[in-house]
Write a protein that binds this ligand. Structure first.
Ligand SMILES: Cc1ncc(COP(=O)(O)O)c(C=O)c1O
Length: 402
């Protein structure tokens, strides 16, 4: 167990503490939220919900958007839209936060965890192609995984850390096997793949606005799609599947997943600053790259020539042989200097929450899990604090490498 920041809710951070990522609230948030309070439009209907949906849809290059209580809810609904059912299988990144894997289980389906590629750490399209080609077979018009006899129903790539996965390669495979692509773009708002915005490229895309995302509503999410029927279905399912609002007739089991006007108001104000936030994140990334990229044993993240990363979560790799210290020990040493860092998520194929004996090997995800460390990269990170992080890393490595 690795210590993280310990403080009582509401308490100010300890002096000199450099957090991993904190929200940046510097625009119209107060004015818009106050307007909701003043007008009593605080709940799940209101002009800010529609405005926020339009802003995100436009940014993602999608025709439609449906705001949700969080990104997990958006993913849950996206799987239902894609027709994923009980005992289906869905291909998903192994190296990801757990939410997409969990939502696959919410609909009674099973995740098939796919390894990351080593260059940009995203889901590897070649591994997807290999799995579909070698491990699956067409039976009575359905794509069946030989080992389990279950139907393979969708691909759920997760764009991690603000960099895109290789979507064209994935789409080609998806087209060949008639599989819908659900983009988990929760970490990728504002990032681009071949000049197209993440989220709006697959059949459906999902965003999160939780506290550590590039924009936040405290908690919130959004689903975007170019398919009108899917957007209408998403709106229906997220509002308790109400057929008749007067008589309370519900056509199916729905969900209470709609975002409130109050939070959407905050989202609108945050969206107004998205470009400035991306610029700040990229500036922070450039500075880390320049200062740390030359240290033997540290690998800074690469950006594909077809990608514009937001560098949402700036993450380096540490080679213990060259630096004399492993990523976990470096985390603890930085923690002692009041600098918060974080390892990457336990790969999903190793997670006790998703353990089965049907997992494909994921050596790249495992290696990244052992060696990567995310560094402080709040939009508002001050130059002096970033220098402290850089100097601390340099100093610790100098002591250990000697
Ligand atoms: C990759 C990924 N997917 C899904 C989620 C879930 O989003 P939320 O926390 O808004 O439910 C997150 C965010 O934590 C995430 O990082």
């Amino acid at each position: 167990m690795i210590a993280t920041e310990q403080r009582a809710p509401g308490a100010p951070p300890p002096e000199d503490f450099v957090p991993l990522i904190v929200p940046e609230i510097r625009g119209n948030e107060w004015a818009y939220v106050k307007e909701c309070l003043d007008t009593n439009w605080v709940s799940s209907v209101g002009s800010y919900v529609e405005r926020f949906e339009r802003m995100v849809a436009e940014r993602a290059g999608a025709k439609f958007a449906v705001a949700t209580t969080n990104g997990t809810a958006a993913l849950h609904i996206a799987l239902l839209l894609a027709g994923v059912e009980q005992d289906d299988e869905v291909l998903v990144s192994s190296l990801t936060f757990i939410a997409p894997a969990n939502t696959i289980r919410y609909v009674g389906a099973w995740p098939v965890f796919i390894d990351a590629e080593p260059s940009y750490w995203q889901i590897d399209p070649q591994r997807i192609a290999d799995f579909l080609e070698r491990d699956c077979v067409w039976r009575n018009g359905a794509l069946i995984r030989k080992a389990t006899g279950r139907r393979v129903r969708a691909i759920l790539p997760v764009h991690i850390l603000g960099h895109p996965a290789d979507l064209d390669a994935m789409q080609q495979i998806a087209d060949r096997y008639a599989l819908p692509v659900i983009e988990d773009a929760t970490e990728g708002l504002g990032a681009q793949y071949r000049n197209r915005s993440l989220g709006g490229i697959g059949d459906v895309g999902c965003f999160s606005f939780n506290g550590n995302k590039i924009i936040t509503t405290g908690g919130g999410g959004m689903l975007v799609t170019n398919r009108q029927d899917w957007a209408e279905r998403a709106r229906y399912l997220t509002t308790q599947a109400k057929d008749d609002p007067i008589e309370y007739v519900h056509g199916t089991v729905g969900y209470n997943y709609r975002l409130t006007n109050l939070l959407a108001a905050m989202g609108c104000a945050q969206m107004e600053n998205l470009d400035a936030y991306i610029e700040a994140k990229r500036r922070i990334a450039a500075r880390y790259r320049e200062a740390l990229g030359c240290i033997p044993g540290i690998t800074t993240p690469s950006e594909a020539e077809w990608a514009t990363s937001t560098h949402w979560m700036y993450t380096i790799r540490i080679d213990e042989c060259q630096t004399g210290i492993d990523a976990r020990a470096l985390l603890r040493a930085l923690h002692a200097k009041k600098i918060q860092t974080r390892p990457l998520w336990q790969p999903m194929h190793l997670s006790p929450a998703h353990s089965t004996n049907q997992h494909l090997p994921c050596p790249v995800a495992e290696a990244l899990h052992g060696s990567a460390l995310s560094l402080p990269c709040s939009v508002g990170l001050k130059g002096a604090d970033q220098d402290r992080v850089i100097n601390a890393i340099r100093g610790i490595i100098e002591t250990h490498a000697a």
